[in-house]
Design a protein around this ligand. Structure first.
Ligand code: IPD
Ligand code: CA
Ligand code: CA
Length: 260
């Protein structure tokens, strides 16, 4: 019951931020640089302010982990993990593929999540043990296999030019092993799409907890598998993620480990 009311609050906050994103897309917005290719827009910041404000109003004692600001720890058992705008590069260029991602961790475990895709009016919700949903209807991972018949997604880190762990090698090998790969630019949506059976698998390195908190729980609750690259148990603080329908998971791990 308590989880349900947390979820309701998260849904309201995600929809409010999604609405703002839709309204401001293709308008004149200020863009700043966090790194050479790592952007932040005034809409990222406004959405974070909106979401954190709504959560703080209801739950002033809860901790917040969000992308655009540091929030002092209140030493709560409850921590909201927030990506106010996933897909910032897309947003800044007017490429309409981005999302809001909000999850709640209780005692160190993600218990619920919401991903709002405002341009398609799609809302993915999940509560641990109670399944994954798209606009209120249950969703499931695909059953597609083997890997050569599968459609995958991935992404590349912002320090692609300076760190050899840039995913180029894996991208090449996985492309040769699968039917196709999409790099749409919003990890939360990549994961939501694996959960909904629209993609069969996803992998990426160097994601942050806010990129994956809601999405990884969605995949698991939709019947999929989420691990690290060595097949180890997954935590949102892991450096690397592989999420799939389960049926192609070992084959994906094989490619990432150079066995494929
Ligand atoms: C990014 C997106 C992208 C992924 C990047 C993330 P942001 O998040 O999820 O798909 O490849 O690594 O950082 O910066 O748009 O919130
Ligand atoms: Ca992100
Ligand atoms: Ca973001």
């Amino acid at each position: 019951m308590e989880l349900k009311s947390f979820l309701d609050t998260a849904v309201r906050a995600a929809k409010a931020a999604g609405k703002l994103q839709r309204e401001r897309l293709w308008s004149d917005i200020t863009i700043e640089f966090k790194g050479e290719i790592n952007l932040v827009t005034e809409v990222d910041r406004a959405c974070e302010e909106l979401i954190v404000g709504m959560l703080r109003e209801q739950y002033p004692d809860h901790d917040i982990l969000a992308e655009e600001n540091d929030y002092a720890s209140l030493h709560s058992n409850y921590k909201w993990v927030i990506d106010p705008l996933d897909g910032t590069t897309n947003y800044a260029h007017g490429f309409p593929w981005f999302a809001v991602s909000i999850a709640l961790e209780i005692d160190g475990e993600v218990q619920l999540g919401v991903i709002c895709h405002p341009m398609l009016d799609e809302l993915f919700t999940v509560v641990k043990g109670a399944g994954a949903f798209l606009n209120g209807r249950p969703i499931h991972v695909s059953q597609r296999q083997p890997l050569k018949n599968s459609l995958l997604a991935t992404g590349f880190p912002y320090d692609i030019a300076t760190d050899p762990e840039n995913n180029f090698g894996h991208f090449r090998n996985m492309h040769l092993a699968a039917r196709g790969i999409r790099r749409a630019g919003a990890a939360a949506l990549d994961l939501a799409y694996v959960a909904a059976g629209r993609l069969d698998g996803f992998w990426e390195a160097k994601l942050k907890p806010w990129d994956v908190a809601a999405g990884s729980l969605l995949v698991m609750e939709a019947g999929g598998t989420v691990t690290g690259y060595a097949g180890e148990g997954y935590s949102i603080y892991n450096h690397r993620i592989v999420a799939s329908n389960g049926a192609i998971h070992d084959e994906m791990l094989g490619v990432l480990q150079g066995r494929g």
